[in-house]
Write a protein that binds this ligand. Structure first.
Ligand code: SF4
Length: 364
């Protein structure tokens, strides 16, 4: 137990409290609980990944009506399997289920290899927790599970820091899950620990006052159980820089250009952009009559999914453009035309009057 935080309860006391809660409040009439077979538990477990029980039930019943045995599933055309999955999403689950049924049919005499977690994990789409759930619920052999609900409950009970997707944190949680798993009433215990997380120790609103573990739960004692488990750490986004030219003519209109049809802000209208001030100077020299730089408002950030853009606005006044530029328009902020504008450009235009009318030159 070197990698495990101190258990909050002795395993037998944990099991006693959980099962007493389950006997009273757990789910006892789920369609895969009777009759309970490895095949039916397996199908339910795969359907329940990323999907709630209430959604799964009608899908499970239709699936079992059409494929009552592993053999019938193995021999079905994939289209039919996918058809019965339509609406459940994550279709790789259905494809793997079908493939695994064919492997079990061909290599294991039409049965799931429930002799061990490792043997089940050889089949497509079956991970360690799903294998444990199938074995515990259909054979009564001792096997731990660690689905999202169990991770959440154990993380809170022990105030386990870190994101559970990190191998070290996951390892700690598996050690705890294994420690608390009993040797008897395996099917009930497995359903109980799943139900506990799904219906009581819920993601956003755990019902701590009704919880049989609230006297020992560290997250509850700390006062903010929802802080656990920690979220996946966000990667720091790279930052790119751009200079946006806010060019105004003698009438106060602003020069906008249309962005290329694809890419960032594709097809929208924006301010001319430059990577460097010297590129901006070259452009002004080539295109603008009598440009005069005005004082610069502060830079700001616009965040995209994969990077942050640091935008430096550069106001410039001018008499007019020197050449004909067909890709742009003079935008009258008093009578704005109906153009699609990139969000930061819209924000900049809405702030124009206070600073661009103050011709303070020489702040390049
Ligand atoms: S006390 Fe609250 S946070 Fe702790 S295990 Fe119970 S329901 Fe979850």
């Amino acid at each position: 137990m070197a990698d495990m935080p101190s258990p909050r309860l002795a395993a037998d006391e944990f099991q006693r409290r959980l099962l007493a809660w389950f006997d009273r409040y757990g789910r006892h009439d789920l369609p895969w609980q009777s009759p309970r077979s490895a095949y039916r538990v397996w199908v339910s477990e795969i359907m329940l990944q990323q999907t709630q029980v209430a959604t799964v039930i009608p899908y499970f019943e239709r699936f079992m009506a059409r494929f009552p045995t592993l053999e019938s599933l193995a021999n079905a055309p994939q289209d039919e399997v996918l058809h019965l999955w339509t609406g459940l999403g994550y279709y790789a689950r259905a494809r793997n289920l079908h493939k695994a049924a064919q492997v079990a049919e061909a290599e294991h005499g039409g049965e799931l290899p429930c002799e061990s977690v490792d043997a089940l994990m050889m089949l497509p789409g079956i991970g360690r927790s799903t294998a444990g759930a199938i074995i515990a619920q259909s054979t009564g052999q001792r096997a731990a599970i660690l689905d999202g609900n169990v991770k959440r409950s154990l993380t809170r009970l022990h105030a386990v820091p870190g994101w559970p997707g990190k191998p070290a944190v996951e390892h700690t949680l598996w050690t705890l899950a294994d420690y608390y798993t009993p040797s008897t009433r395996l099917a009930d215990y497995t359903q109980a620990i799943m139900d506990f997380g799904a219906t009581l120790c819920k993601r956003s609103k755990p019902d701590c006052p009704s919880c049989p573990f609230n006297d020992v739960c560290l997250a509850y004692a700390q006062g903010e159980p929802q802080r656990y488990p920690e979220s996946k750490p966000k990667k720091a986004l790279p930052t790119r820089q751009t200079i946006m030219l806010m060019l105004r003519d003698l009438e106060g209109r602003v020069w906008l250009e249309q962005r290329p049809p694809s890419g960032l802000w594709g097809g929208l209208w924006g301010l001319p952009q430059f990577d460097t001030h010297s590129e901006l100077n070259d452009w002004l020299e080539a295109n603008v009559i009598n440009p005069e730089r005005l004082s610069r408002p502060p830079s700001f950030y616009h965040t995209f999914s994969h990077f942050r853009l640091e935008i430096t606005p550069q106001p410039v006044s001018c008499d007019r453009l020197g050449g004909v530029r067909e890709s742009g328009v003079w935008y009258d902020i008093n009578h704005p035309p109906a153009l699609g504008l990139a969000a930061p450009v819209k924000a900049l235009l809405s702030q124009l009057a206070p600073f661009t009318l103050d011709p303070t030159p020489g702040h390049a």
